[in-house]
Design a protein around this ligand. Structure first.
Ligand code: AQP
Length: 333
């Protein structure tokens, strides 16, 4: 079945193995299927919900484009663009913020986590982040949205917002209610230092994540230093219970090999973690180093990266401007 795909990544630096395994790897597979129409967005409007240094932001936008291309997304086939280049995203987000309910947004766990204890000091943008995300997706009639497991709640909200808009304005099926596409095997990659926290760009310790620009030595050191537990490798899935760090490392290994937990566990049952970590390093290096080298090469050619965005903005604008015109008509503007 042909799918209309939309997804985004924030240009907030330090793109990591979690972003790759949770989202970008899936983007590449979807891009490679000729039946799909794919749009991959560098969500720079989302990035500024937390204060950004303008020079760093510009650099990170290009680095995100370079990461998409280096990972295998073809910019001629799929649309790669930055969100701020298409004004309809902001316009539609405002309209949808008048449709979405405070009670719905109050339940969003990402806001609670990111705002921390001092909610009063968080930006309004951080609070309404999921409404902008709904606008992004719904503008392009996306049927499927590949995201990491952490974005599942936002996608459910997007579905609710679409249905409410259609009901409120009596336009059945005008906004398409999208389906999430979440990796089945292991969809949330955790910090290498704490198996209860997700691997994240903003975590202070660089040892908590494998960056997609890390070199071989950095990857090997980080995996060697990754937290484990004093037990041997599990002999079956049950033995993984209550061992989040072991589960995370085996999950990363399994996901990179497109394998299953059962197969990975069987291979290393009863062995020391050090043996497993050596092989895990080899797998991560073999998958990530080619991407890392390509990102660095692409970053030497800013005009090439900018031309991808310019072309993408033009193509995205064609689709979004038609949809926003119809939306304004429906709203009564
Ligand atoms: N740890 C993760 N495991 C699986 N998927 C993940 N994603 C992010 N972290 C993990 C997925 O990557 C896509 C792009 O994420 P994003 O950059 O738009 O937003 P994020 O979730 O805020 O990323 P970070 O790394 O966690 O940034 P900070 O540290 O700023 O909070 C999304 O599909 C996301 O699910």
């Amino acid at each position: 079945m042909s799918k209309k795909i939309f997804s985004g990544v924030q240009p907030t630096g330090n793109l990591h193995l979690g972003n790759y395994l949770g989202a970008i790897k899936n983007f590449v597979e979807l891009n490679n299927d000729d039946a799909n129409e794919c749009i991959f967005c560098v969500v720079d409007l989302h990035a500024i919900t937390i204060k950004q240094d303008p020079k760093e932001l510009k650099k990170n936008i290009r680095e995100t484009v370079a990461t998409f291309v280096a990972s295998g997304i073809d910019p001629k086939k799929s649309i790669i663009f930055n969100q701020s280049g298409v004004a309809a995203h902001s316009e539609f987000a405002w309209i949808l913020s008048c449709v979405a309910r405070m009670g719905w947004l109050n339940r969003m766990t990402q806001f609670k986590e990111k705002a921390g204890k001092d909610k009063e000091k968080a930006s309004i943008g951080l609070y309404s982040y999921p409404v902008l995300m709904a606008a992004d997706i719904l503008l392009y009639d996306a049927t499927h949205v590949p995201v990491g497991d952490d974005q599942k709640q936002h996608l459910e909200l997007c579905r609710d917002i679409a249905q409410k808009f259609n009901n409120d304005f009596g336009v059945e099926n005008f906004l398409k209610v999208p389906e999430p596409l979440i990796q089945k095997v292991f969809s949330r990659i955790m910090s290498l230092k704490d198996g209860s926290k997700k691997m994240s760009k903003s975590e202070l310790s660089d040892l908590s994540r494998i960056n997609l620009t890390d070199d071989e030595d950095q990857i090997i050191t980080k995996i060697k230093k990754a937290k484990t537990d004093p037990l041997l490798m599990p002999k079956d899935i049950k033995e993984l219970e209550g061992r989040p760090e072991a589960q995370n490392l085996i999950g990363i290994y399994t996901s990179l090999n497109n394998s299953t937990f059962e197969t990975s566990i069987k291979k290393y049952a009863g062995k020391n973690f050090s043996d497993f970590k050596n092989e895990l390093s080899e797998v991560v290096v073999s998958k990530i180093i080619p991407i890392s080298k390509e990102i660095k090469k692409l970053l030497e050619d800013n005009s090439f990266l900018d031309s991808i965005l310019l072309d993408g903005v033009e193509r995205a604008n064609k689709i979004a401007s038609k949809k926003i015109k119809n939306i304004k008509e429906i709203v009564g503007f």
